[in-house]
Design a protein around this ligand. Structure first.
Ligand code: PRT
Ligand code: ZN
Length: 286
C-alpha cells in the first residue's frame, strides 16, 4: 500500500479555518464535516487528523501524526521533541504579561514577589528565571484575564492579539514575552517516504506564501522613460516589455513585493507610468 503523510490540525478554534485554507490553496482537498476525527485527502497522499491544539505536539512526537499545524506558543509550552519546519504567517499573537491599568509599571522588577496567573507556566517560569525575578505563579486553565479583578492574582500572562480583552478587563500590556504564529511541526524521525511527501507539501506551501507577498503589475510607459522605470521595478528577473500599438509607448510587466508596494507605485507615477494594473498572484514558483 502507498504510504501517506499524517497531518494533525486544530479541530475547532482560531487556527482551524486558516489551516484548512492553506491546504486547499496547496491544491489538497478533503471533506471536513463536523465531528469528524479524520479525513483523507482526495488528490494528495495526506491523512488529516482533527485534534485539540494542545495535544498536537505530543501526537507528533509520538509519531501518531507525522506533522502538525500549531501555534509557536503551544510548541514552546509543551516542550516536546519535535522540529519546526515552516512558519505559516497566520494565527499571529504575542504572549504578554499584563497588569492592572492603575498600576505604575516601570519595569520587570515591579513583578518581584507578585502573583501572576497564567496557562503558560513553562514559558513564564523560564522567562522569570532568566530575568532573575521571583514571582508566584498561579497556573489556571482558562479566563486568565479575570484573575486580577477577583483578587486571585496581581498580574497575568496570556496571549494578546488586538488587546481588547485586556482593555475590557481593566488591564494593560506590560511585557511581551514571546511573539507567535502558526507553524508546521514534524516528527524528528520521519520515514523516507513521509519525508518525500513533506518536501512536496512544503514546496507548495512556499509557493502559496510567496504569492501572497507579491503582486503582478502591468503598466504603460513612455519609451523615453523605460530605462528609469525598469530600474524602479525589482521583478523576478527583469521586467517584460511589449510595444503598444500607440507609437512611443510600451507595456511593462513585473512582480512587486507587498512591503515596498506603495513607494514603488509613487515612483513609477512620477516617471510617467499610466494605466497601472495590480493583480494578485495565485502561486509563485521560483
Ligand atoms: O480547543 P483547543 O484547545 O484546540 O483551542 P484553544 O481554545 O486552546 O485555542 P484557540 O483556538 O483560542 O487558539 C489557538 C491558537 O491561536 C493559539 O494557541 C495561538 O497560537 C493563536 N492565537 C492567535 C490566539 C490568539 N491569537 C488570541 N487572541 N489564541 C488565543 N487568543 C485569545 C487570548 O487567550 C485571549 O483570551 O484571545 C484573547 C485575546 O485576544 P484579543 O484580540 O482581545 O487581544
Ligand atoms: Zn487549546
Amino acid at each position: 500500500m502507498k504510504q501517506k503523510l499524517k497531518i494533525a490540525i486544530q479541530k475547532s478554534g482560531r487556527l482551524n479555518e486558516d489551516s484548512i485554507r492553506l491546504l486547499k490553496e496547496c491544491g489538497i482537498g478533503f471533506s471536513n464535516g463536523l465531528n469528524k476525527l479524520k479525513a483523507e485527502a482526495q488528490n494528495f497522499p495526506l491523512e488529516v487528523f482533527f485534534l485539540r491544539d494542545d495535544d498536537i505536539p505530543q501526537y507528533v512526537e509520538d509519531g501518531v501524526a507525522d506533522i502538525g499545524i500549531v501555534g509557536e506558543n503551544i510548541v514552546a509550552e509543551t516542550d516536546k521533541k519535535i522540529k519546526v519546519v515552516e512558519r505559516l504567517g497566520f494565527g499571529k499573537c504575542r504572549l504578554s504579561i499584563a497588569v492592572p491599568k492603575g498600576m505604575k509599571y516601570k519595569g520587570l522588577s515591579d513583578l518581584e514577589g507578585k502573583r501572576i496567573a497564567t496557562t503558560y507556566s513553562i514559558i513564564l517560569s523560564r522567562f522569570l528565571k532568566k530575568n532573575k525575578i521571583n514571582a508566584e505563579l498561579h497556573e489556571i486553565s482558562g479566563s486568565v484575564e479575570i484573575a486580577p479583578g477577583i483578587g486571585l492574582a496581581d498580574a497575568i500572562c496570556d496571549l494578546v492579539s488586538s488587546g481588547s480583552t485586556l482593555f475590557m478587563n481593566g488591564l494593560k500590556e506590560a511585557e511581551v514575552i514571546m511573539r507567535s504564529e502558526a507553524v508546521m511541526v514534524a516528527n524528528k524521525n520521519l520515514g523516507k517516504e513521509q519525508d518525500a511527501i513533506l518536501e512536496k507539501l512544503l514546496f507548495r506551501i512556499q509557493a502559496v506564501k510567496q504569492a501572497k507577498n507579491n503582486k503582478y503589475i502591468l503598466l504603460n510607459a513612455p519609451n523615453k522613460n523605460l530605462e528609469a522605470i525598469c530600474k524602479i521595478l525589482p521583478g523576478m528577473k527583469s521586467p517584460t516589455i511589449l510595444p503598444l500599438a500607440e507609437k512611443g509607448w510600451s507595456s511593462v510587466h513585473s512582480v512587486l513585493n507587498e512591503d515596498d508596494f506603495w513607494e514603488i507605485i509613487e515612483k513609477l507615477k512620477a516617471k510617467g507610468a499610466q494605466g497601472i494594473l495590480v493583480v494578485p498572484i495565485e502561486k509563485m514558483i521560483l
